[in-house]
Design a protein around this ligand. Structure first.
Ligand code: MRU
Length: 386
């Protein structure tokens, strides 16, 4: 059992805090996010990241802003309260383009508040309360959904590889408690396999350039006491060749209507490796990541991040402990610095995500269960998610 639950998001009505993921694993500092501009900036700068967490922080920040300004909103007409909410949601959606979860949440909340306008005796207070309660429900539902994903995915992998023990899994990026309301999606499957003693080992990639794997997933795996090993991204082929990996499990930022899946840059190359080595490739995501309006991966906008993320590494300074022979390393967590590690003048390519074609994916796991390809080799997405 973990000593305590890792939480990316701390919410009570009127107050929202997020764990600043730019500082992990060196420092664990929660920062207040009590209004929309702060949420937009926190998402853009990746102080909070991961498709479900982005959506939840955005809508809860608006819920907090509305809650704390309810006396001024009360004087608005219900129609102008709805207009204000819709404008703020539209603005939040512009923070990062690839993950669909925030657009999905915004669409649902816009429809709900619009519908509430036709309620009998509608007031602006009713609009605001309806919004706040629905945003709070999204936080609670994400935790439940992740646990269901964990269970469905673990059962599927176990059956697919015919093992209830000694399962070895590779994952990419961070899809755990830090990327969601809690528990995680792909990492939720790893947690579920671990909880039934089916997992013998988890491997996580470093996930350059932002290092969600080494900074965040490794942190979660250590926190959960799950036996785990970190690899750099370019070690995956050798790992699959030599370490008897049962499955690669990843999250998703957007699953298109044909099953093509956008996820963290590097996912696509892992799927190609999985096909080459005959290893199961599993995508785990809540249904809020499924976008039936986008026909295929070609329609998914891939976020391009700034070049400095590739040029720079950051971390605490290290010194040798003079008291110890052989130079024990002392990590100075209070002194985190960024260091440029590339030649001046070099160009940089920094797409934050890539699209894995459905052809390379064996299973899509959501809270509703597992979708596999039909006899024509196609994921029956409309049937499963409409
Ligand atoms: O750029 P990030 O860190 O937001 O990217 C995160 C991922 O790609 C995750 O795999 C995805 O959002 C799923 S998180 C449950």
């Amino acid at each position: 059992m973990a000593s305590s639950t890792l939480l990316a998001i701390k919410y009570t009505r009127g107050s929202l805090e997020i764990l600043d993921q730019l500082l992990l694993p060196h420092q664990s500092i929660y920062i207040p996010v009590n209004d929309v501009p702060t949420a937009w900036q926190a998402i853009k700068s990746m102080q909070v990241r991961g498709a479900p967490a982005i959506a939840i922080v955005a809508v809860l920040a608006l819920a907090v802003e509305l809650n704390n300004s309810s006396s001024s909103t009360a004087s608005d007409s219900p129609k102008s309260a709805v207009k204000l909410i819709h404008e703020k949601l539209d603005y939040l959606v512009t923070s990062r383009p690839t993950a669909v979860n925030l657009a999905d949440a915004a669409g649902k909340l816009k429809a709900l508040t619009q519908d509430t306008l036709s309620a009998q005796d509608v007031t602006s207070n009713l609009i605001v309360t309806t919004f706040i309660e629905a945003a709070e429900q999204m936080l609670l539902k994400d935790v439940e959904d992740n646990k269901a994903i964990g269970h469905h995915g673990a059962t599927w992998i176990s059956n697919a590889v015919g093992k209830t023990s000694d399962i070895r899994v590779l994952t990419h990026c961070n899809t755990g408690s830090l990327a969601t309301a809690s528990y995680g999606t792909a990492l939720g499957i790893i947690r579920s396999l671990h909880s039934t003693s089916s997992l013998s080992h988890a491997y996580c990639t470093e996930t350059r350039p932002y290092n969600q794997g080494s900074r965040l997933t490794a942190y979660e795996l250590v926190h959960e006491k799950i036996p785990a090993t970190l690899i750099t991204d370019n070690m995956a082929a050798v790992l699959l060749q030599q370490h008897n990996i049962s499955a690669i499990v990843v999250g998703a930022d957007r699953v298109a209507a044909n099953g093509d899946t956008a996820n963290k840059i590097g996912t696509y190359q892992l799927a190609i490796l999985a096909k080459f080595f005959g290893v199961k490739f599993v995508v785990a995501a809540p249904t809020t990541s499924v976008d039936l309006n986008t026909k295929s991966g070609e329609g998914i906008k891939i976020e391009q991040r700034p070049g400095w993320e590739v040029l720079v590494v950051s971390g605490p300074t290290v010194t040798n402990n003079p008291a110890k022979e052989g130079g024990e390393v002392v990590v100075n967590v209070e002194d985190v610095r960024s260091v440029k590690q590339a030649a001046n003048g070099i160009g940089v390519f920094n797409p934050s995500f890539d699209v894995t074609p459905a052809a390379l994916i064996d299973a899509i796991v959501t809270e509703n269960g597992v979708v596999e390809k039909n006899a024509d080799g196609v994921f029956p997405m409309e049937e499963a998610f409409k």
